[in-house]
Structure formats: C-alpha cells, structure tokens
Design a protein around this ligand. Structure first.
Ligand code: SAM
Length: 280
C-alpha cells in the first residue's frame, strides 16, 4: 500500500527540493547582499577585533585581506592599523563596491584576484586575513596554501570567522523553517556549511603553526536576536518565499518566532570558528 504523504511532509519536501539558489544577481539582489554584509560587519566587530589585535594588526606594515566583499571588514582593518592594506576579491562587482565603501581611506589598495592564485610574491605580507572566505572558496585547501605562501616567515594568517552549521543549535524548533536556515541552503548556493571544523586541517596542511577556537563563544540574548531580526526581516522573508513557503506559512512562523523572543525563551547559536596561524 502506498504511503500517504501528510501536508507537513509535502511542505518539507518543497522546502528542501525547491530552494532557489540561482547565482544570478539582479542589481537589487546585489544591493541587498552588500547591505547585509555591511550590517554583518558591524554586528561581528566585537568578535573580530580582539583577533586582529592578537594577530598583530596594529603594528603590521603590509596586510592582505582576501575575499574583501563589500569592503566593510576591510575598513575595520584599515582603521586599526598603521600599515597598508591590500584587499582583493574574485568578484568584480565586490571590488567595485569595496572601492565605494573605502573612498577616502588612505591606506588601502583594491584589486581583483583569486585566492587560489594570488598575484603576489612569496612572503610579501606581515598579516593575511580572510573573513568568511573558506566557506565560499571553491578549493579551500589551495586557498589556505596561497594565504600561507604570501605571508612572511613569522607572519600571521587569520581566518577570523567561519561558521559551522553542523553545530547550530536552536530552540524552540520549527522543522520546516529550520531546514531553510541550516546547512543545506548554503550547500545549494555552492558553499561549505561545515567550513568551521575544517580550518585546522587547512591551516596545518598549509604548514602553519595553528591555533583554532570559537570567535563567538557567547549566546546572544533574546533582545539581541529580536533587534537583529527586526533589521534582517526582509532577508528572512525573501529566503522563505524562495524556499516555497506561502505568505500564511511565513506569517505563522514569524508569529511563533517573535513571540518566543519576546517571552525570552528562544535560543539561537551558530558557532563561528577562527584559525590563527604563524608561518614557520
Ligand atoms: C561572504 S563574503 C565575505 C566578504 C567579507 N570578507 C566580509 O566578511 O564581509 C565572501 C567573499 O569571498 C569572495 N570570494 C569567494 N571565492 C573567492 C576566491 N576564490 N578568491 C577571492 N575572493 C573570493 C566572494 O566574492 C565574496 O565577496
């Protein structure tokens, strides 16, 4: 006898099978993505900045930022150092956006470059930084090898923040919506949802003396999560609509989610790993 599929299973399959992760970006999508990177950079400054100090950013003379995106994280690097920052990204649209973000910043040079084949001599930089690169790099070990190659002996390589969706915990749960925001969505966009746990392997195999840890050991409060949700609401709505949820389903989820935040019972934690390497 054929199994009867419940409406829940049908919706679940729709979410899993139809999530549209088309890489094509309209100008509006690009603007939304850049704005999200800017907000993310602001929110994550408290977890990244202490790592910059530990990696010796203030006194480094030559710094490389690989996968600079919108340039917001690069701006932090420029402000926190007396040295000069070279920032690169594979995507021309990102380099252009970063140029605009960093207009008037005196200690930065921007160019398009691929992390897998950096256009720099061996041992050029005192500090090489990458934020959220390994999750998206096509061949992350090659990227790590390149970052290590262009660092000088005794210089540092820092992957300041790489998530690992396998370690994401969240309660109360919503089996349909949780599917959208867990690793599968990243995978379908071509990213690695488990980049965090692999950083040690990448860095050690690149010949770096390596320390790994959590960039964000603290669990955000419900007030923080609510404030962040208010700002990112558009992103959540778009992601859920793309995943095939109808307006009524999105509203039902939102009601439950916001109620649990207001009650102070919701818990969300996504581990972000860092790796700090020293070139031997
Ligand atoms: C999630 S964004 C992070 C941007 C920025 N580091 C930040 O934290 O705001 C990842 C960036 O890495 C870039 N990227 C991906 N693969 C790359 C590669 N092979 N070489 C250089 N940049 C790359 C993407 O174009 C994108 O701008």
């Amino acid at each position: 006898m054929a199994a009867v599929e419940s409406p829940f299973i049908r919706t679940y399959k729709r979410v899993v099978d139809e999530f549209d992760t088309s890489p094509k970006r309209t100008p509006k999508n690009l603007r939304q993505f850049l704005e999200r990177l800017d907000r993310q950079a602001l929110r994550t400054a408290p977890v990244r900045h202490p790592l910059y100090f530990r990696a010796g950013l203030p006194d480094a003379k030559r710094i490389l930022d690989v996968g600079c995106g919108s340039g917001s994280v690069t701006r932090d690097l420029c402000l926190l150092t007396n040295g000069h920052v070279t920032a690169v990204d594979l995507d021309n649209a990102m380099v252009k956006a970063a140029r605009s973000t960093l207009r008037g910043v005196p200690n930065v040079t921007l160019r398009r470059a691929d992390a897998h084949k950096l256009p720099f001599e061996d041992e050029t930089f005192d500090l090489v930084v990458a934020n959220l690169l390994f999750m998206w790099a096509e061949r992350p070990q090659e990227a790590a090898d390149e970052l290590a190659r262009v660092a000088r002996r005794g210089g540092r390589v820092l992957a300041s923040m790489e998530p690992d969706y396998g370690g994401k915990v969240h309660y109360p749960e919503n089996p349909i919506v949780d599917q959208v925001f867990q690793g599968r969505m990243i995978e379908r966009k071509g990213g690695d949802p488990h980049a965090g746990r692999k950083l040690r392997t990448y860095f050690v195999r690149a010949g770096l003396e390596t320390e790994v840890g959590l960039s964000n050991p603290r669990i955000p409060s419900c007030d923080e999560d609510l404030a962040s949700y208010e700002v990112e609401k558009g992103f959540y709505h778009r992601a859920l609509a793309d995943a095939g949820l109808g307006p009524a389903e999105v509203q039902a989820w939102e009601r439950e989610y916001v109620a649990s935040l207001r009650e102070g019972t919701q818990l969300n934690y996504l581990p972000l790993f860092y790796a700090l390497g020293t070139k031997k």
